[in-house]
Write a protein that binds this ligand. Structure first.
Ligand SMILES: *Cc1c(COP(=O)(O)O)cnc(C)c1O
Length: 410
């Protein structure tokens, strides 16, 4: 079975051997310090006790340790949503005048955050497709603070050569941030050379639409040479001086979490941990279902976009770098908006919604929903055609999904 190494780890880390087995849910917004000396210690960091839930919550803290271990990071910070995670990770490092290079994807919310919101604050983003490696390298300037990469293009299903892009980031001393929402467990960005990983835990990690959430996982600052110690990241230097290996956590907490408040809540983190326990099982099941379903639908004449199919431009990369699958998604081009609507309305299994990574199979017509506000060139760049339907495969029997889709088309 895939993801075996995580199944023991997660259930053991979520449950306790003594007392309450289910994670202890701390819902308090604030915490008493007992005496003033302890209060002072909490604020200067010498006493490790909760300060105030905007700065960290004990239940979220348990989730953070598990996610940090999952990706081999030194720490993680849970956030109120996936967009909260991206906002925290980027805003803690960027200032007016800085540049982002965005590669592949891109999730609609992230695209508008980069192209419409950050530009208002003087931060510019250039967008590239995954295979424009030469142009990406040429676009890196002294002002480039961040290469941002989505592990799987949603919904264009392009797969990046993560290793090659990570090597480029190392060569130029620029931070690589990976949105690994679609491929937790299957892709380990920090091992491949990324510096920061962001997640929407709302999706496959929680897996049942019970909690909105996100997380950012950070690598340690290395002893000796480290790209964060160069002039490009001078704003981080006081944190490196004070906190050493943990500097990215301290920086993100003070420069983003404290001041913008995209903090996770305890109940959301509790539900997320319950989901996380079964993530390895669900991922394994869904990845093999996706391969079966796309093969059968492709053979039946559906216009399918998924890299497990030999005709997909990134099929070789799928086999090499994505041998554990590329998550729950594939797309179908139904040819027209009318055909797409008819298919979705006729299916008995599909839940029509903007979410992905759920226990249930979900579907959505892209052009009339998430991408409705985008102009034609942007839609083309993002691979949004008139009849495009995105499917997120769930835990149902794959044979049931195949026969439901065949019936819904006719
Ligand atoms: C859903 C999603 C996000 C945003 O997450 P929310 O929890 O909805 O804020 C970011 N990136 C990707 C790839 C996503 O699928």
């Amino acid at each position: 079975m895939r993801f075996e190494e995580f199944s023991t780890q997660f259930v053991q880390q979520v449950g306790k051997k003594e007392g309450a087995i289910s994670p202890v849910l701390v819902n308090s917004a604030s915490f008493g310090y007992g005496d003033s000396e302890t209060g002072e210690g909490i604020f200067d960091g010498s006493v490790k006790k909760p300060l105030y839930s905007r700065m960290g919550n004990p239940t979220s803290g348990q989730l953070e340790s598990i996610l940090a271990a999952m990706d081999g990071g030194i720490g993680a910070i849970a956030t109120s949503s996936g967009m909260g995670a991206t906002a925290m990770a980027t805003l803690s490092l960027l200032k007016a005048g800085d540049e982002i290079i965005s590669i592949g994807g891109l999730f609609g919310g992230t695209y508008s955050y980069f192209s419409e919101t950050l530009t208002r604050f003087g931060i510019t983003t250039r967008f590239f497709d995954v295979d424009e490696v030469g142009a990406i390298e040429e676009a890196i300037t002294d002002k480039t603070k961040l290469l941002f990469l989505e592990s799987v293009g949603n919904p264009n299903m392009h797969l990046p050569d993560i290793k090659r892009i990570a090597d480029m980031a190392v060569a130029h001393g620029v931070v690589l941030m990976v949105d690994n929402t679609i491929t937790p467990l299957s892709i380990k960005p920090l091992e491949l050379g990324a510096d920061i990983v962001v997640y929407s835990t709302t999706k496959i990690i929680t897996g049942n639409a019970s909690a909105l959430g996100g997380a950012v996982v950070f690598r340690p600052i290395k002893e000796g040479e480290d790209k964060f110690k160069t002039q490009r990241y001078s704003e981080l230097h006081p944190f490196i001086k004070k906190m050493g290996a943990m500097a990215l956590i301290g920086n993100a907490k003070k420069r983003a979490l404290r001041d913008f408040g995209m903090s996770a809540n305890g109940f959301g983190s509790y539900l997320t941990m319950l989901g996380l326990e079964t993530l390895p099982l669900r991922m394994d099941r869904i990845v093999s279902s996706v391969e079966k379903i796309v093969l059968a639908l492709d053979a039946a004449g559906f216009c399918i976009n998924h890299p497990s199919l030999v005709e997909h431009p990134h099929h070789e990369r799928y086999k090499e770098q994505f041998s554990q699958g590329c998550g729950t998604l594939f797309t179908i081009d139904m040819g027209s908006k009318e055909a797409a609507f008819a298919f979705l309305n006729c299916s008995k299994l599909i839940t029509i919604t903007a979410n992905i990574g759920d226990s249930r199979t979900l579907g959505l017509h892209m052009g009339s929903t998430i991408y409705r506000d985008f102009d034609a060139p942007t839609r083309e760049f993002l691979g949004i055609t008139e009849g495009l339907v995105r499917i997120s495969v769930g835990l149902e029997n794959p044979e049931d999904i195949i026969s439901d889709f065949m019936r819904a088309r006719s």
